[in-house]
Design a protein around this ligand. Structure first.
Ligand code: ATP
Ligand code: MG
Length: 202
């Protein structure tokens, strides 16, 4: 049986070792640069995570851009919260889901028009963080030219952060990204017959 005092001493030693390790890792991370983040996978939490970072950035007074490439019928809380915000330039491709429009030509025209907004943001160094929500589908469906999109992302201002969301991120996008999170669909309420909930899903 270990007595309480020994256990506390051991804990303190372990925490000291941990702190030394964490401190040295922090000291090694000296690079400051704009990041490309990709949030992909079949689980819930991609767009909501991106908008969480938007909230953080707005909190810091940073100028932000949002381009939503797909939008359903729901009135999204993130749009209501940030659309009129003086720090946020907000663009939405208003065609709805591809399975709603069922029209490839219309979708391609809308995607290209929406990309012009993203492209301008990606050239503007005063915009510190950009969310390209559901962009991956524009590439998987071939609505936007992959090379053109990747080139714009790579050539953006050095200190600009970009967050791309959507399922099935291509390997080229993953390659050029700094941070990639694959969110797994372990369980989703929808599969138990529960409808989309305000504040949680939209
Ligand atoms: P969120 O916006 O909630 O972070 P997401 O961006 O990860 O979700 P999308 O594929 O963009 O996921 O789907 C948007 C909507 O579909 C949200 O209402 C979300 O809750 C729901 N959803 C996400 N993943 C699943 C899933 N695996 N099964 C059913 N519905 C899902
Ligand atoms: Mg999403």
């Amino acid at each position: 049986m270990i007595n309480k005092e020994d256990r506390n001493k051991r804990h303190k030693r372990a925490m000291q070792r941990k702190k030394a390790h964490v401190d040295s890792r922090i000291a090694e991370a000296t690079i400051d640069k704009g990041l490309l983040l990709v949030l992909t996978g079949n689980g819930k939490g991609k767009s909501s995570s991106a908008f969480g970072m938007l909230a953080r950035s707005v909190g810091h007074g940073m100028q932000c851009g949002v381009v939503q490439f797909i939008k359903g019928q729901w009135e999204c809380g993130e749009q209501l919260a940030f659309e009129e915000h003086p720090l946020v330039e907000f663009h939405v491709m208003n065609t709805g889901f591809t399975w709603e429009t069922q029209d490839r030509e219309t979708d391609i025209a809308a995607a290209k028009l929406t990309w012009t907004k993203a492209s301008l943001l990606l050239k503007n160094s005063s915009v510190k963080i950009i969310i390209l929500d559901e962009l991956t589908y524009m590439l998987t469906y071939g609505y936007l030219d992959k090379k053109m999109v990747l080139t714009s992302l790579v050539n953006r201002p050095v200190n600009q952060h970009v967050i791309v969301t959507g399922r099935n991120a291509s390997k080229e996008l993953v390659e050029i990204a700094d941070t990639v999170s694959e969110i797994n669909d372990t369980k989703h309420a929808f599969n138990a017959g529960i409808k989309a909930q305000k504040g949680i899903d939209y």
